[in-house]
Ligand binder design. Structure first.
Ligand code: UN1
Length: 517
C-alpha cells in the first residue's frame, strides 16, 4: 500500500470487506468462478493500483447462470416476508460495514468520503424499504362480470435479473435493484463497471456471507466482471427476463435493442442533462448552494448532476457573481480528506472529455467565466483532478445538448415568463432531473404541471441531485424511461398474473357469449 492508502486506512477497509490482495495484487473474494483476463483497478485518488480482478469468460458465465437458475428454483418458493428477513440482515451488515465500504467507494471511484458514506446509506435505506415491501407485494381484486366468479391478480417472481451498473454509483445502484429483486423472489447477476470492480467484490462478499449464514444457496447473488462483452452475454440471454442497466445513452440504446430483439424487458436509467431554473423570485443563497453542490458534487459525475442553470435576465448578474465567488472557495484534492469538496474524475479519459468540452463551448461561441483546467503537482499525481468550470453558453450549442460527465456548468439566460425557462429546460434529448428555485407558487405549479418539466424528477427549491430512495428514480426521453428504487418500482421485478376462479357448477362465458352444446 502506498502513502495515501496507508494514511487513510485503505488496507484495513479492504480487510474488513474480505478483500485479500495476494502478492501479485490479485484480489480474492466471491468473484463467482471468474477466470478470464485481468482487470486492474487503479485509484483515481493517487493513481495507485489497488488490486486486480479476473474477468468472466463465456464458460464462467455459463457456470454462473447454472447456479443462478438453480438458486431461483428455491428462492422463489421462500415466502416474501422471509426473503425480507434476509434483506434486513443484509442491511444490518451494511450498517456494520458502512465506514470501510464508504471508504472503498471513495478510494476506488474518487467521490468524497462523505458521499461514499452517503452512497452506503442509500443501500441501507433501500434495504429498509424492501423489508417493509416484502409484506406488501399487493395485487388488486376485481369484481367479475360473471356470477359465482372471483377475480384477482398476483405478483410472482420473474427469474434471473441482470444488473449492469456504472462507476459513479458503484454500490448503491446495484442495491436499489438487488434489494427489490430479492424480496420479489428473483436472483441477480451483476456486472459492475470495470472501473470499480473491487466495490463489486466487496458487496458480493457481504451478500454471500448473509446467504450462507442462512443456509441459502449461492447464486441468489452473482457477480460477473468485465467490459461490454460480458454485458452482451446477459443482454442476449433469454434466460434473463429483465436487464436493468445504468449508464450512457449510447450503452442504453445497445442494451435496449438487444433485449427487445428477444422480447425481454429492460429497465434503463441513462444520461441526464439536468437544469435548475432560477426565477426572479428565487432565494439566491439557496440557489447557490443547490447549484454548486449539483454541479461539482461527485465531480459532476452523477446522472443527476446540474449541467445547466437557466437564469432570469433580471437577476442574471447577481447569480453569476455569487457563483463565481462560491467557486473560488472550492477545495479540490484527495476525497478521503474531509477538508476537500471536490475529488478527481474517474480516469484520464474522463479528463480528456472534460478538456474537450471546455474547448468546444468556446469554439461554439461560449465564454468561460470560471476557467477550469487540469491540476498538476503534489497531490494531483493521478492526473485526474480538474477545476470545476462555468461557461456562459446557449442551449443550442451541441456541447450543451450533450452530457459531459465532469464539473462543467453552463449558464443560460431567459427573459419573460417561466414558460420560456421551461422550454429551454425541456429543449434537450435527456429527461432525468430538473428543478426550479422560486418562491412564486404560480411558477412552481406551472413547472410541475403537465406542460411543465418533462423530466422524471422535478424539484422545487432543491437542486437536481440527491434524490431520496423512497421515490421512483429515473427519467424520460433518452434517459430511457425506467424507474428504480422507491414507490412502485418493484413491479418491474415481478410478473403479474390475473386469476379468475369459478366456484359454481355452471360455465358462463365472458361477454355474455352463448356456446351451448
Ligand atoms: C446516478 O447518478 O446514477 O439522486 C444516481 C442522486 C443519487 C443517485 C444518483 N441519489 O443524486
Amino acid at each position: 500500500m502506498n502513502k495515501v492508502a496507508a494514511a487513510f486506512g485503505i488496507q484495513e477497509a479492504l480487510d474488513k470487506l474480505g478483500i485479500q490482495t495476494v502478492n501479485n495484487g490479485t484480489a480474492t473474494g466471491s468473484d463467482n468462478f471468474a477466470s478470464g483476463e485481468i482487470i486492474s483497478s487503479y485509484s483515481p485518488v493517487d493513481g495507485a493500483l489497488i488490486a486486480t480482478v479476473k474477468s468472466t469468460t463465456k464458460e464462467d458465465y455459463e457456470k454462473v447462470m447454472e447456479v443462478a437458475t438453480k438458486a431461483f428454483a428455491h428462492w422463489r418458493t421462500v415466502p416474501a416476508p422471509q426473503r425480507g428477513e434476509i434483506v434486513r440482515q443484509f442491511g444490518e451488515k451494511l450498517r456494520e460495514l458502512k465506514e470501510p465500504l464508504g471508504k472503498l467507494v471513495s478510494y476506488e471511484m474518487g467521490k468524497s468520503y462523505q458521499e461514499g458514506l452517503g452512497e452506503v446509506q442509500e443501500m441501507i435505506d433501500i434495504c429498509d424499504f424492501a423489508v417493509g415491501l416484502s409484506r406488501q407485494l399487493h395485487g388488486l381484486t376485481m369484481h367479475s362480470e360473471r356470477p359465482g366468479h372471483r377475480m384477482y391478480e398476483q405478483y410472482h417472481p420473474l427469474g434471473v435479473v441482470g444488473i449492469i451498473s456504472a462507476f459513479n454509483f458503484p454500490v448503491a445502484v446495484w442495491a436499489w435493484n438487488t434489494a427489490l429483486a430479492w424480496i420479489c423472489g428473483d436472483v441477480c447477476v451483476w456486472k459492475p463497471s470495470e472501473k470499480t470492480p473491487l466495490c463489486g467484490i466487496a458487496c458480493q462478499n457481504i451478500a454471500a456471507d448473509v446467504f450462507s449464514a442462512n443456509g441459502l444457496p449461492e447464486g441468489i447473488s452473482c457477480l460477473i466482471n468485465g467490459d461490454y462483452k460480458v454485458g452482451e452475454m446477459m443482454t442476449s440471454d433469454s434466460r434473463i427476463p429483465l436487464v436493468s442497466a445504468t449508464g450512457s445513452i449510447r450503452m442504453g440504446k445497445i442494451v435496449a435493442q438487444a433485449v427487445a430483439s428477444r422480447l425481454g424487458k429492460s429497465l434503463l436509467e441513462l444520461g441526464g442533462n439536468n437544469a435548475i431554473i432560477v426565477s426572479p423570485d428565487a432565494d439566491i443563497k439557496m440557489t447557490v448552494i443547490g447549484a454548486v453542490f449539483g454541479a461539482v458534487g461527485t465531480a459532476g459525475q452523477r446522472c443527476t448532476s446540474t449541467r445547466r442553470l437557466i437564469i432570469h435576465d433580471s437577476i442574471y448578474d447577481k447569480v453569476k457573481d455569487a457563483l463565481v465567488d462560491a467557486y473560488q472557495q472550492l477545495r479540490i484534492g484527495n476525497p478521503l480528506d474531509e477538508n476537500n469538496h471536490v475529488g478527481p474524475l474517474i480516469d484520464t479519459d474522463a479528463v480528456a472529455l472534460y478538456e474537450q468540452a471546455l474547448q468546444k463551448v468556446v469554439d461554439e461561441g461560449g465564454k468561460l467565466i470560471v476557467e477550469g483546467g487540469v491540476l498538476q503537482g503534489e497531490g494531483y499525481e493521478s492526473g485526474c483532478y480538474v477545476k470545476p468550470a462555468i461557461a456562459e453558453a446557449d442551449n443550442s450549442f451541441a456541447i450543451v445538448q450533450h452530457e459531459t460527465f465532469a464539473p462543467v456548468l453552463y449558464l443560460l439566460k431567459y427573459s419573460g415568463g417561466v414558460e420560456n425557462a421551461i422550454a429551454l429546460q425541456n429543449g434537450v434529448v435527456q429527461g432525468l432531473s430538473s428543478a426550479i428555485m422560486t418562491n412564486n407558487l404560480r411558477e412552481a405549479e406551472r413547472f410541475l404541471s403537465a406542460n411543465g418539466s418533462d423530466c422524471g424528477i422535478a424539484n422545487v427549491n432543491i437542486g437536481t441531485s440527491g434524490a431520496e430512495i423512497g421515490g421512483a428514480f429515473g427519467g424520460e426521453k433518452e434517459t430511457g424511461g425506467g424507474r428504480e428504487s422507491g414507490s412502485d418500482a418493484w413491479k418491474v421485478y415481478m410478473r403479474r398474473q390475473t386469476n379468475t376462479i369459478n366456484y359454481t357448477t355452471e360455465l358462463p362465458l365472458a361477454q355474455g357469449i352463448k356456446f351451448d352444446l
